[in-house]
Design a protein around this ligand. Structure first.
Ligand code: CIR
Length: 257
């Protein structure tokens, strides 16, 4: 069905880039435990899980989603803006290039995978602290889908504020982005104080979501989807969500979103 590439949090994980108020209280042992549960959930949904080699000096290397974007017929290696994260890309490339052609973007493009929301016809790209219009323009030459920028006014990435659950459905905190371009989707709308749950990972009809949002999980279930709730506290303190922890490669027989 799919292969999920993940990387365990490394020994320097507590130094991860973060603007979260709890960033100084990151507990590595708890993070390791939570990561293990994340991996178990991916397997429960039928995924094959591959561990990427450790990158111990790099604090943010567990957030593998940001390093690459899986396109229809190629893999885009992200030109990451944060210097401390740029080294993560090469190690991921070494593994991913076995699957498909890898390409990258020329400067001044900067892009994090967390800003790329792939839907059946359109790839939405956050204009954020990390990703810029040059990246949007360059990405549009690499795919047959429409590539549409979305301004991110609060938070780290586009997918910190909205994720695509399939079947024309988004989970979204509209207070953090210019959501006008997303009106044609159905919305599960979350409030500003629930915004952490706007980042969920839909795998078929199962949604991996952070624990502790009963109102939202009820709404997702009402759309006929199943839920796996995950404790994510240590990743949240490092400004990361559920999608950030994996790169999902669908089997060739499965259709991309
Ligand atoms: C960073 O600031 O780059 C990391 N601490 C968090 C990255 C989270 N990634 C994601 O949302 N895709």
């Amino acid at each position: 069905m799919f292969t999920a590439y993940v990387r365990k949090p490394g020994p320097n994980f507590s130094q991860a880039l973060s603007e979260h108020p709890g960033k100084n209280d990151i507990d590595l042992a708890v993070a390791m435990h939570q990561h293990l549960h994340y991996v178990e959930a991916l397997k429960e949904v039928g995924g094959k899980v591959e561990y990427l080699p450790p990158q111990d000096p790099l604090p943010d290397a567990t957030f593998v989603e940001d390093t690459a974007v899986i396109l229809e017929d190629k893999i885009l290696l992200c030109p990451m803006k944060e210097t401390s994260r740029q080294e993560e890309v090469q190690s991921v490339a070494t593994v991913l290039k076995k699957h498909n052609n890898c390409v990258t973007l020329e400067s001044p493009a900067t892009l994090d995978g967390g800003d790329v929301m792939n839907t059946p016809d359109t790839i939405f790209v956050g204009l954020s602290k990390r990703s810029n219009l040059s990246a949007v323009e360059a990405l549009s030459t690499l795919t047959s889908k429409n590539v549409v920028p979305v301004t991110v006014s609060k938070g780290l990435h586009l997918k910190s504020a909205t994720t695509f659950l399939g079947n024309n459905l988004l989970i979204i905190d509209p207070s953090r982005i210019d959501s006008s371009i997303l009106k044609h989707f159905d919305w599960i709308e979350v409030t500003e104080n629930e915004s952490y749950v706007a980042n969920c990972l839909a795998l078929g009809d199962v949604v991996l979501m952070p624990a502790g949002f009963p109102r939202v999980s009820e709404k997702i279930r009402a759309y006929g989807m199943k839920i796996i709730e995950l404790e994510m506290s240590e990743f949240e303190k490092a400004d990361g969500g559920v999608t950030c922890l994996s790169l999902i490669l669908l089997d060739k027989s499965d259709k991309a979103p």
